[in-house]
Design a protein around this ligand. Structure first.
Ligand code: GAP
Length: 446
């Protein structure tokens, strides 16, 4: 039984509270600059969070790059000159409509107000100023002299770094449409209403694929990527009843898109976007070609055809997906007189795959336990825990989602076998140390 969803009138902690508490308590995610009172909307990923976030990104990279022959990778710069953002349309279009309440001096996003005329902070009506567009990009200056440097922007998406490298990659990678360029990295948006933990932050990580196709194939590739990406979340353990694909209405479409569908997760406060799959047409390559004066097109030597490829873009949030995976995996169950908290994470996402636990701290067991640990470490991310009763240590591993615990006991010294306990069923098996790596590899199927 997990906690209640959302903010119901109850003293029971909500699922949201339970996951946020677990993240802090077990070093997944800490509020940033906490010793200075915190810095709103930025978070630091602790020892377990950094492992899990890396696993989310690795799972994406594996499915989008490693297992395909039509996608290559890229890691473009975070800082870029205004020209890039003029061409992309972000300087003109990437903004939210803001209103100020003249009574209580609070600022709100007009499109998120429940009642367009009433201030949600003070309850006054008719006190809003005219809406003003507020650009979400962070701007800075490059150069040693304050005020005299060139303007630069922190990228609000990784995608533009990909479009401006299209020519480089086409000329050097021997790829031809349909082919894609995948990128994972930090993006920055000066969000007006950050919140819901790491759901909406000002600094976050994206996993974006720009897939370039012959124009006539754009619709079928759009369908293809919607299905592929939806399946990816299911394969990694998000239950089907907490996941949906939702097509954007025309008035929701971004300036570049002729069709977008979101993959949404049922968060405690309602459905929220994990990923957008957009049919960007030839908008980006055409814009950058016009602004840079470079030809960004493909010449098919076979057919003699020259065209600007269309782009299908599956754009996901790594940090936001990690939060969804945590929420979907969180469970509490009654075991005898005890409540067990267990993160039923897919093994690929679990921070540690295996925990090595000597039954006691006695000197006689520790050398063998360390020997087993060292034999596993080259193969799996392992935890090693020697303190407190074995039952408590099992619970500690359940709570962070470790799929297997390996216990070294006094019999191990005689029979060279260990007890392997599985997280979800709590079933235990005796396995010879010599077969342990093969056994765990088979069970984890990473
Ligand atoms: N290149 C297209 C693009 O950036 P987006 O829908 O604005 O599209 C893609 O962003 C994904 O990035 C979102 O689905 C979400 O998962 C993540 N994302 C966007 N803004 C975010 C924020 N402020 N905090 C955390 N994740 C965010």
């Amino acid at each position: 039984m997990v906690g209640t969803l959302g903010a119901m009138a109850s003293t029971e902690p909500t699922l949201f509270d339970q996951v946020v508490n677990l993240c802090k308590r077990r070093s997944f995610v800490f509020p940033s600059a906490e010793i200075y009172g915190g810095f709103r909307s930025t978070y630091d990923y602790g020892p377990l969070g950094v492992l899990m976030l890396r696993n989310v990104k690795d799972a994406w990279w594996r499915s989008m790059v490693q297992l395909r022959s039509d996608v290559v990778g890229l890691d473009a710069a975070i800082l870029s000159p205004p020209k890039v953002w003029e061409a992309s349309g972000h300087l003109d279009n990437f903004s939210d409509p803001l209103v100020d309440c003249t009574s209580c001096k609070t600022r709100h996003r007009q499109d998120q107000l429940e009642d367009a005329d009433t201030c949600p902070s003070c309850g006054e009506s008719g006190t809003f100023t005219e809406a003003r567009a507020f650009n979400l990009m962070f701007k800075s200056q490059a150069g040693p002299v304050e005020g005299a440097g060139a303007d630069v922007y922190l990228r609000p998406e990784t995608a533009q770094g990909t479009f401006i490298n299209f020519k480089n990659i086409l000329e050097t990678s021997r790829k031809k449409p349909p082919f894609g360029i995948a990128q994972i990295g930090k993006s920055f948006r000066n969000e007006i209403t950050p919140g819901n933990f790491v759901f909406r932050t000002r600094e976050f990580e994206q996993m974006e694929l720009e897939f370039f196709v012959p124009p006539a194939e754009a619709d079928s590739w759009y369908e293809y990527w919607m299905n592929e990406r939806y399946q990816w979340y299911l394969n990694l353990g998000i239950p089907a009843d907490q996941l949906r694909l939702r097509a954007h209405d025309d008035d929701e479409l971004s300036h570049y898109s002729s069709g977008t569908s979101d993959i949404e997760f049922l968060f405690p406060w309602g459905w929220g976007e994990l990923e957008g799959i957009a049919n960007r047409g030839d908008f980006d390559l055409t814009q950058h070609a016009q602004h840079s004066g470079q030809k960004l097109e493909y010449f098919d030597q076979g057919t003699g055809e020259r065209y600007v490829p269309h782009c299908i873009e599956p754009a996901a949030g790594a940090t936001r997906s990690m939060m969804a995976f945590l929420m979907a995996a969180y469970d509490e169950e009654q075991v005898n007189d005890d409540t067990r908290t267990v993160l039923r994470l897919h093994p690929q996402l679990a921070p540690y795959k295996v925990a090595v636990l000597p039954l006691s701290k006695k000197d006689t067991l520790l050398p063998k336990a360390e020997e087993v640990l060292h034999s596993l470490q080259p193969h799996f991310m392992c935890d090693y825990d020697i303190t407190q009763a074995i039952g408590k240590r099992y619970r500690r591993q359940d709570e962070i989602g470790t799929p297997y615990c390996v216990t070294i006991d006094f019999d191990t010294l005689e029979d060279n076998a260990v007890t392997v306990r599985e997280r979800d069923s709590m079933e235990q098996q005796r396995i010879p140390v010599d077969n342990l790596v093969a056994y765990l590899n088979e069970q984890l199927a990473l």
